[in-house]
Design a binder for this molecule. Structure first.
Ligand code: HSE
Length: 287
């Protein structure tokens, strides 16, 4: 059996801790034979190979008496880059418990577990459902709405350095004034409403007007502002910091993608330029 979970890009500007989209990079977990103790095979440095691995820790939090297996983990979702690598492992761990323990969890139950473990739903929800997900987690209640993303190109610039979510959250203010919170939430409302209507020009403007996090984080990602400028020249809809960064995501009309890739290559930033598409399936099982 194989469990496959997509990458995710969270926040999309003003949807901080609430909005995310599933994208075409994948974590794959192959469940092999039964063993006495958990064995997690992978080629990552500094990541445990036994029951201390996040995959197994998560599965055991869902169901503590699971039969250990040898599992093989492969992923092209880069670590600590703002593309939901750890959320993908959490979602896979919940599914591993679901399958091995025959728990018959609904997607809503998986989302409740995943959000509780992760602390916010913006990466885990699209990893489970696919597509664009708008979600809230307040007073331990999770709500999520799944929607199609307008037909645009996604271009990720993935820098060759990691940024830990905790470091990226440490630069955020503890409080916003009521006036600023109202303004910031009105921008988020417009971004989502415009995405729902497929009005990418209005959505793009709102996405680039985020007041919750990007202005505080941009000093951590020196490529962010120059890429935003370049994208504007090319006629992109918006550029935002994917999740906690450092990946910089540009949304643009599909016929502008090649030009943006060429111009970005010419800048010779240290990182990977990666066109992505929306994953509409979310977590999936292959037998
Ligand atoms: N919404 C989260 C953040 C995503 O921006 O910090 C990363 O977990």
């Amino acid at each position: 059996m194989k469990i496959i979970v997509p990458a995710t890009s969270a926040n999309i500007g003003p949807g901080f801790d609430s909005v995310g989209v599933a994208l075409s990079k994948y974590l794959s977990i192959e469940v092999l034979e039964k063993t006495d103790k958990w064995v997690v095979e992978h080629d990552l440095e500094f990541v445990p190979n036994d029951e201390r691995n996040l995959l197994i820790k998560t599965a055991l939090k869902v169901s503590k008496n699971l039969q250990p297996h040898r599992v093989k983990m492969t992923s092209d979702i880069p670590l600590a880059r703002g593309l939901g690598s750890s959320s993908s492992v959490i979602v896979a761990g919940i599914e591993l418990a679901n399958q091995l323990g025959q728990l018959n969890l609904s997607d809503e139950e998986k989302l409740r577990f995943a959000t509780t473990f992760e602390g916010h739903p913006d990466n885990v929800a699209p990893a489970i459902f696919g597509n664009l997900v708008i979600a809230s987690y307040v007073n331990k209640q999770v709500s999520a709405v799944v929607a199609d993303f307008p037909d645009v190109a996604f271009l990720a610039f993935i820098p060759n350095y990691q940024l830990r979510t905790s470091d990226s959250r440490n630069v955020l203010p503890n409080q916003l004034s009521h006036k600023k919170a109202v303004a910031a939430s009105s921008i988020a409302n417009v971004a989502i409403a415009a995405l729902m209507k497929g009005d990418m020009v209005t959505a793009g403007r709102a996405i680039e007007s985020d007041m919750f996090h990007e202005q505080f984080r941009q000093k951590l990602v020196p490529e962010f502002y120059p890429i935003k400028q370049l994208a504007r020249e090319v006629g992109a809809y918006a550029t935002y910091l994917s999740g906690a960064g450092p990946t910089v995501m540009t949304l643009l009309p599909k016929d502008q993608l090649d030009e943006m890739v060429e111009k970005l290559e010419a800048k010779q930033f240290d990182g990977q330029i990666c066109p992505l598409t929306v994953d509409s399936q979310g977590i999936c099982i292959e037998n």
